[in-house]
Design a protein around this ligand. Structure first.
Ligand code: ARG
Length: 857
């Protein structure tokens, strides 16, 4: 073919009309035609035109016509060479059934002669079918048979086509229609001893098409009765998996069995850093329509990664790109009789429980389970779903078009917090459906019978059927998911009425949080028009905002003025290492360069967990392994866990000063009394290889720590020797002294402290989500107790809080890009988790300079 570049006309350099774009020179004689043409266009100039004579007109028309023809020709050539003649490659994967063939074990071996013989026949039949369709046959390039499995015989194939761009859609359509197994077409297949049924073709999984790989690895494994078979990525665990790899594991079991597959270790490149992933298919063809899951990143060992097939086959695929090599996975599988996937049934009695198949493992694809629940005649029944995970990629929220639970014609899907569905009779039917692709861990539920006249004895019944403590009715908090506990309330004298009718505690007025939902609790307290409301409540003229001066007195008018700008330094501006100041709120470690010397992004190897966030356990408060990798447990000689702490570098911890005060003639600030455990999850499992323990070299309490008020409740501890960072041991980021935390912000507190007031400590590290409470309100809740170094954080309805034994541990604030900062240190509280008694935390930002001074961190 001619080099296309040659077709483009390039005038010699300097030629007029080329370098000057659309400006035509009116002085050039031979350009008259253009010049005049431009002038002639308006028809109003017809008279002028006549005067110039008919000869000229003919010339002009001819030139215009020739130009037109030329451009048409050019257009055609471009279309022909660029689109019509350009071929695109199309790949399809699919399978078909051979009803008049019997499966033989040798078919599992793709190098056997029997395999080759049958493959040849199937290939021939496929090509015949393609050739009978003018949208398909002419473009076929290659077809291969990749595997056979039981079910008479099912053949898995791939086909490659090369088709002109403009015919590509027609090919897609024709291949999609092959699905509907046009019998006529299939019988045309010339080969008489091969009958083809249930032929389907899918465009190849786009995930595979976009991957570029040059290393392929294939494995075929057959489950052995009563034995667990394991396999892993090449090199595991001694070396990372290869780059640019395309590995396939064909897993098989005996006919009439299904496969249970579990990834026991999974550590692949994080999903946001690259394109490495593992996909599992409920088929031997890697087609999206039968994909069960796509996995990337790293899962901690306690996460359930068990999958069950619908047939006796599974395909596991690993695709890696050129960069980022990680350890990979180890997996095991075994076969079980197909009938064990049977689910549903009849449930009777006054209460009981049931769950999706293999819960908490992933449910299999292609199941329908129906539970018919009947409770005694005189009672009604309700079902409470305690955990509910039916998520499918690509399904619009709430549409429930794929997997779902159906009760009383209503469908439930996605992720849901615990919810209740009740029936007005003594019967209820629950139907669970999973489609061909993508599975999740499913649900577990209990059913209860209740007296229809008194569904919640001694309690308030939400309209959803849920029972809540009567004291929660009209308390200002939404306890029922439908808010029915806060409707039709008479406000008490301690409450005010929102515009929407809700009653809320008076001290929530003007606290900067929209408690009413319609913001009416914050409206009366707004500044007059044209004014800005400072965080401390002061009103200043709008014009004074972001003028580089602290007009509020707390810097809040200068805190968030768009992107970082260098401004005169103030108490509230972030100071870069080069002593310039920027006026962006919390610029440190936000992955954006704000200081001209980039010092705001220095030392930011902190505050990111290595495992992907996966805990979807609603209501439970156990942490996952590695979820809070900076959490430290401080053990006191002879007594065990006594306080928490946070790792801020490989040899420094931050904790609370009060953990080390002198008491009963014991000097707890003696470092030899303490041992620090890093990477710990379960207090009973301190010898776990992931745990690193250290003795303490030095304990430095803040010199201003006040034993009575708990002001300056902070201490730093030096480890006897540095720890090694691992997935379970990562330091937390320290906030800059100017770091701001708005009231209402959600934060996390973690520790092994008591799980209730006067209770005993937890074995598994606990976590709780609590909220920043504004200082003014906190002063009214905990009068005469707070200093500038303290912040109140909690949930005012009560029930969620830190407690004895959590002291010294971290209060974590999640900032930009999911990076976590040590916002506070557990310090004290009035009891634990009481209503309107938030916990008090040492305000780390206010003591940032002291930490730096003592530790250099
Ligand atoms: N001082 C307690 C300790 O030593 C911590 C109390 C925290 N209390 C609370 N309600 N937030 O463990």
């Amino acid at each position: 073919m001619k080099d296309k570049k040659m077709d483009i006309y390039r005038p010699p350099p300097g030629a007029k009309g080329y370098d000057s774009g659309l400006k035509y020179s009116s002085k050039t004689e031979d350009m008259n035609g253009f010049e005049e043409g431009v002038e002639f266009l308006p028809t109003m100039n017809a008279k002028k035109l006549e005067k110039r004579g008919p000869k000229r007109l003919v010339l002009v028309v001819a030139v215009v016509l020739i130009c037109l023809l030329l451009s048409l020709l050019a257009g055609f050539l471009v279309w022909h060479f660029k689109y019509r003649n350009v071929h695109v490659d199309k790949h399809y994967n699919g399978h078909l059934r051979l009803p008049n063939h019997q499966f033989m074990d040798v078919y599992e071996n793709s190098s056997s002669t029997e395999f080759a013989a049958l493959a040849r026949k199937v290939k021939g039949a496929l090509i015949d079918i393609y050739n009978s369709n003018p949208d398909v046959g002419p473009f076929h390039k290659k077809t291969g048979i990749s595997a056979f499995s039981e079910g008479s015989v099912i053949a898995y194939y791939w086909s490659q086509f090369s088709v002109p761009q403009y015919k590509a859609d027609a090919l897609d359509e024709a291949m999609a229609k092959i699905k509907s197994s046009n019998q006529m077409l299939l019988h045309k297949a010339r080969n008489p001893d091969i009958r083809v049924e249930s032929l389907v073709a899918f465009p190849s999984d786009p995930d595979i098409m976009t991957a570029s790989w040059d290393r392929s690895c294939r494995y075929a494994l057959h489950a052995k009765e009563g034995v667990i078979t394991s396999f892993s990525t090449p090199g595991f665990p001694n070396s990372p998996y290869p780059s640019n790899a395309h590995c396939l594991w064909v897993l098989r079991a005996d006919a009439d069995s299904v496969i249970s597959l579990t990834f026991t270790t999974f550590d692949v490149e994080p999903c946001d850093l690259g394109n490495d992933f593992v996909k599992v298919y409920d088929s031997l063809s890697p087609v999206e329509a039968h994909a069960l899951v796509k996995l990337c990143g790293s899962f901690n060992p306690s996460y359930n990664l068990t999958f069950v097939s619908s047939q006796n086959i599974l395909l596991v695929m690993l695709i890696t790109d050129a960069k980022g090599r990680y350890p990979g996975f180890k997996a095991e599988f075994f076969q079980m009789p197909k009938k064990t996937t049977a689910c549903g049934g009849t449930l009777t009695g006054t209460s009981g429980s049931f769950s999706s198949p293999y819960y908490p493992g992933h449910y299999p694809p292609r199941v329908d389970c129906v539970w018919n629940i009947t409770v005694p005649q005189d009672r009604n029944v309700k079902v409470r779903f305690k955990e509910f995970f039916l998520m499918e990629p690509g399904v619009p929220m709430g549409s429930c078009t794929k997997d779902y639970v159906e009760i009383n014609k209503e469908k439930y899907c996605d992720l849901r917090q615990s919810f209740v569905v009740s029936s007005k009779t003594n019967q209820i039917t629950v139907h669970f459906h999973s489609d061909l692709s993508f599975v999740d861990t499913g649900f577990w539920a209990e059913f209860l019978s209740y007296d229809s006249n008194d569904p919640c004895p001694g309690k308030f019944t939400c309209q959803t059927g849920r029972c809540i403590d009567s004291a929660r009715r009209c308390d200002g908090w939404l306890d029922c998911t439908d808010a029915s506990d806060e409707k039709n309330c008479n406000c008490t004298e301690k409450q005010f009425r929102c515009q929407n009718g809700w009653c809320k505690p008076k001290y929530w007025l003007c606290d900067g949080v929209n408690d009413c939902g319609d913001n009416s609790d914050e409206q009366q307290c707004q500044c007059p028009a044209g004014n800005f409301k400072c965080s401390n409540g002061k009103c200043i003229p709008e014009a004074q905002k972001c003028n580089g001066r602290d007009d509020c007195g707390d810097g809040s008018d200068e805190g968030s003025c768009g992107s970082a700008v260098t401004v005169p330094c103030q108490e509230y501006t972030y100071k870069c290492r080069n002593n310039q100041c920027v006026n962006k709120r919390n610029p440190e470690c936000d992955d954006e360069k704000d200081c001209s010397d980039n010092s705001d992004e220095d030392n930011c190897n902190c505050g990111k967990r290595a495992y992907r966030k996966q805990s979807r356990i609603v209501g439970g408060q156990d942490s996952d392994v590695g979820e809070w990798p900076w959490q430290v447990s401080l053990h006191l000689k002879g007594e065990g866990h006594a306080c928490g702490a946070s790792l801020i570098s490989n040899k420094w911890l931050v904790s609370a000063a009060h953990c080390f005060r002198q008491e009963n003639f014991v000097r707890y600030n003696d470092p030899t009394l303490w041992t620090a455990y890093m990477g710990l999850h379960d207090q009973r499992d301190r010898t776990n290889a992931k745990v690193q323990s250290r003795s303490i070299k030095a304990i430095i309490q803040h010199p201003f720590f006040n034993d009575y008020t708990y002001d300056y409740d902070i201490a730093v501890l030096e480890l006897s020797s540095p720890v090694t960072f691992t997935k379970e041991i990562v330091p937390i980021c320290l906030p800059d002294a100017t770091h701001e935390i708005p009231s209402g912000k959600a934060m996390w507190v973690t520790g092994w402290g008591a799980t209730q007031e006067d209770g005993i400590g937890a074995m598994i590290l606990q976590k709780a989500e609590i909220r920043m409470i504004n200082q003014t309100m906190c002063n009214t809740l905990l009068p005469n107790q707070l200093t500038k170094r303290m912040m109140c954080v909690g949930i005012l309805t009560g029930g969620i809080d830190a407690c004895q034994g959590d002291s010294g541990g971290p209060l974590i604030s999640i900032e930009a890009n999911n990076r976590m900062f040590l916002a506070g240190i557990v310090s004290f509280g009035d009891g634990c988790a009481r209503r309107n008694k938030p916990g008090v935390y040492t305000w780390v930002a206010k003591l940032r300079n002291w930490i730096k001074e003592k530790t250099g961190v």
